[in-house]
Write a protein that binds this ligand. Structure first.
Ligand code: NDP
Length: 325
């Protein structure tokens, strides 16, 4: 059996993305073969394509999808042939029609969640889960500053925070995006292209600062983000949409009030099978209860993958983006 698969032979711009035809074999022990119905697009795919996160080449890309299980290897007990399923998983390779992959991070998908939603939400939703539940204790009444709040992870985070009584101050690059974040639950919004977000955060918090910053924008926001924290506050730096955070002196954290900092990645949190399945169950509950709606604002055929990357990197997207097959 063969599958259309997006690969890169060299790191580079969107033009480096090529469609190849690859053989898809039978699953070995601990693996499944899944036929995708939809695939999720994530900013991490751009880092891997460009080489910001170097990969062994040639490489397949994509880390999120949903579909139906076609074959199951020995020892896999949580999935059977015909099951609807979705995943966020490493190694990459989800930009394809079908693949064989480790079963551990593949989760049964509830009937109430469509393939499109499943494909759009696994990486972004599990990331939101670990940011709010597994990184630093955050409780109702706490205040979080969240950058790029109208993006894929962003709109899920806005709704997640609201459903848990957390005050979320969301930044975004236009007034329209700010309005979208507010519609999805951000308590306050700041257009960081026209306003000094650190000054505005001071005003909003009455000079106190926020308990936690969730910063996936990186280079252009890092320093301002540190200035938004209360003493002993936690900086979660989890992405680099504007470029990698430059090296900085640890002394800065002392000078700004004994700040804490962490640089997490989802794949540490979902490395353990049972933990991954539990996190997915809690995410599915957020969605099926109606607390979090998965908003898919862009959809591209798999063949238009280069255009999809261009659109995401040009900051022209809101919410989630999927690839259709
Ligand atoms: P988004 O849909 O949020 O897209 C990225 C957004 O970043 C843009 O829409 C844009 O919003 C903002 N941005 C700010 N500066 C730039 C810039 N110079 N170039 C491009 N975009 C910029 O993407 P995702 O939802 O896929 O991911 C959000 C972030 O979370 C990414 O940085 C990603 O790497 C990170 N992430 C990290 C994970 C982890 O475990 N560490 C896991 C999952 C995601 P605006 O126009 O409003 O500024």
């Amino acid at each position: 059996m063969q599958s259309k698969t997006v690969i890169i032979e060299e790191h580079g711009g969107p033009e480096a993305l090529k469609i190849a035809t690859r053989d898809v074999g039978e699953p070995a022990a601990g693996q499944v073969r899944i036929r995708h119905h939809a695939v999720g697009l994530n900013f991490i795919d751009c880092y891997q394509r460009s080489g910001l996160y170097p990969m062994q080449l040639p490489a397949a890309l994509g880390m999120e999808a949903a579909g139906v299980i076609e074959a199951v290897g020995e020892g896999v007990t949580h999935l059977k042939v015909g099951d609807r399923a979705a995943y966020a998983a490493n190694p990459p390779g989800s930009y394809c029609e079908a693949r064989v992959m480790p079963a551990a991070q593949v989760c049964p998908l509830p009937d109430a969640i469509s393939f499109e939603e499943g494909a759009a939400m696994m990486l972004k939703g599990l990331t939101t889960h670990y940011l709010f539940r597994r990184t630093v204790p955050i409780k109702s009444g706490d205040t979080v500053l969240f950058h790029a709040a109208a993006g894929g992870v962003g709109l899920i985070a806005c709704q997640w925070a609201k459903s848990e009584g957390i005050t979320l101050i969301g930044t975004a690059g236009s007034d329209k995006k700010c309005a979208l974040a507010a519609e999805h639950g951000a308590t306050h919004t700041i257009n960081y292209n026209t306003e000094d977000f650190a000054e505005r955060v001071k005003e909003i918090t009455g000079g106190k600062g926020v308990d936690v910053v969730m910063d996936s924008v990186g280079a252009s926001t890092f320093e301002g983000s540190l200035n938004c924290l209360r003493p002993l506050g936690m900086m979660i730096s989890f992405g680099n949409a504007s470029g990698a955070v430059p090296p900085f002196s640890l002394q800065t954290l002392a000078a700004k009030g004994s700040l804490q900092i962490t640089r997490p990645t989802l794949f540490t949190h979902i490395a353990d099978h049972a933990t991954c399945q539990q996190m997915a169950a809690e995410l599915f509950e957020k969605v099926t209860s109606g607390d979090v709606k998965i908003r898919i604002d862009q959809s591209f055929p798999l063949e238009d993958i280069a255009e999809a990357h261009r659109t995401l990197e040009a900051r022209k997207t809101t919410g989630c983006t999927i690839l259709t097959l």
